[in-house]
Write a protein that binds this ligand. Structure first.
Ligand SMILES: [Zn+2]
Ligand SMILES: [Zn+2]
Length: 81
């Protein structure tokens, strides 16, 4: 998966993210690979955030992407609403 890379930004860990994968594994700093994919959708989003469970390799994404429809879409939580 050449387009998938891992972030190493410790300062970004406060960003809202899933706490459990679709199969129920708890997701934390050592159990999830956070990445981003450039968007090729029409119309385009800016970027797709991805979370991959290291236990079962399930992948979640936000927003929904047309390239990987099999991925679970993780709905955005808007703070302050
Ligand atoms: Zn897209
Ligand atoms: Zn999992």
């Amino acid at each position: 998966m050449p387009e998938f890379y891992q972030f190493n930004e410790a300062g970004n860990m406060k960003e809202s993210a899933p706490t459990r994968c679709p199969n129920g594994h708890p997701l934390g700093p050592n159990t999830v690979l956070v990445g981003a994919l450039p968007c090729l959708c029409h119309p385009p989003a800016t970027v797709h955030r991805t979370w991959r469970c290291t236990a079962c390799d399930a992948c979640m994404t936000r927003p929904e992407g047309s390239r990987n429809p099999e991925w679970t879409v993780w709905p955005s939580i808007s703070p302050g609403r």
